[in-house]
Design a protein around this ligand. Structure first.
Ligand SMILES: Cc1cc2nc3c(=O)[nH]c(=O)nc-3n(C[C@H](O)[C@H](O)[C@H](O)COP(=O)(O)OP(=O)(O)OC[C@H]3O[C@@H](n4cnc5c(N)ncnc54)[C@H](O)[C@@H]3O)c2cc1C
Length: 246
């Protein structure tokens, strides 16, 4: 399927939101939480999670972090522009999808914990939007880990969720705050903050998304030390593409 870049917005110095318009005559159904592959030159591809729930406008939203030296994200952020993969308005890409098994399990009647690092918040935003569209009320805690307070680019959106979901708590966690940041909130690894707040996760399902290191450490620690059932851990790790430059 083809898509056209509708808009690009830099929400911080290294995070951009990209909106892609899909052809109006082709229905693109997906489950919130899933991802697409953008097909690039020479058979290369990059995966990005959809950060919105399906909508009538046939627009998908991607939250993309700059990976310095990266084939796809360098040009997006204005570096090393050979014009081949540069994401600009009206540029056409081919995409493949929807892909992946990171989506909300309605049949699992547990309280929910979302655990995101960086742009891993994107697919979690899609899932929460899906729950809101369904008018479903759940008990939800969201832990979002970033390096710096400036990386919390979705704070307003998340505060809106607090008003729409009765039992919703939001815990931003910053790992590399400096004195100049004047950060008064939680610090350290995001899954450690979760473990500090919940002595047992027996009654919970955890949806974790973002850096592969966070996802694998969270799986190990939560299932071994916090009584989280392995079958109640759902995740998507933003691994490096196999064709990435070394
Ligand atoms: C299922 C899935 C969903 C994803 N969803 C998103 C998403 O929603 N948002 C998002 O920002 N990214 C997401 N990613 C990551 C994304 O696909 C790319 O890997 C990332 O954007 C880097 O692409 P690039 O072309 O800029 O860098 P590449 O050209 O792939 O990499 C260039 C160099 O950087 C290294 N590198 C690449 N990524 C990293 C990294 N994270 N940390 C350290 N070194 C790295 C590579 O090993 C290589 O040496 C997802 C990945 C997967 C598998």
């Amino acid at each position: 399927m083809y898509c056209k870049v509708e808009n690009v917005k830099n929400v911080s110095d290294d995070i951009a939101i990209v909106w892609l318009k899909l052809p109006g005559n082709q229905k693109f159904s997906f489950l919130p939480g899933q991802y697409i592959d953008l097909l690039l030159e020479d058979g290369k591809r990059r995966s990005y999670s959809m950060a919105n729930a399906p909508n009538d406008n046939n627009v998908i939203e991607l939250h993309i972090k700059h990976n310095p030296g990266g084939l796809f994200t360098d040009p997006l952020f204005g570096f090393q522009n050979d014009g081949k993969v540069k994401v600009v308005e009206k540029k056409i890409f081919r995409l493949e999808g929807p892909l992946g098994t990171f989506y909300f399990r309605k049949n699992i009647k547990k309280k929910i914990i979302f655990l995101a690092s960086g742009t891993g918040i994107g697919p979690i935003k899609a899932i929460v939007e899906g729950l809101l569209l369904d008018n479903a009320q759940y008990n939800i805690a969201l832990f979002w880990g970033v390096r710096k307070p400036k990386d919390l680019y979705l704070t307003k959106t998340i505060e809106n969720w607090s008003e729409q979901i009765q039992n919703f708590s939001y815990i931003p966690v910053v790992s590399e705050a400096t004195i100049e940041d004047n950060w008064k909130g939680r610090t350290g690894f995001v899954h450690h903050a979760l473990m500090e707040d919940y002595s047992s996760l027996e009654e919970y399902a955890v949806y974790a998304c973002g850096s592969p290191l966070m996802v694998s450490a969270a799986f190990d620690d939560l299932t071994k030390n916090s009584q989280l059932g392995e079958k109640n851990f759902f995740s998507d790790a933003f691994t490096v593409a196999t064709d990435a430059k070394k």
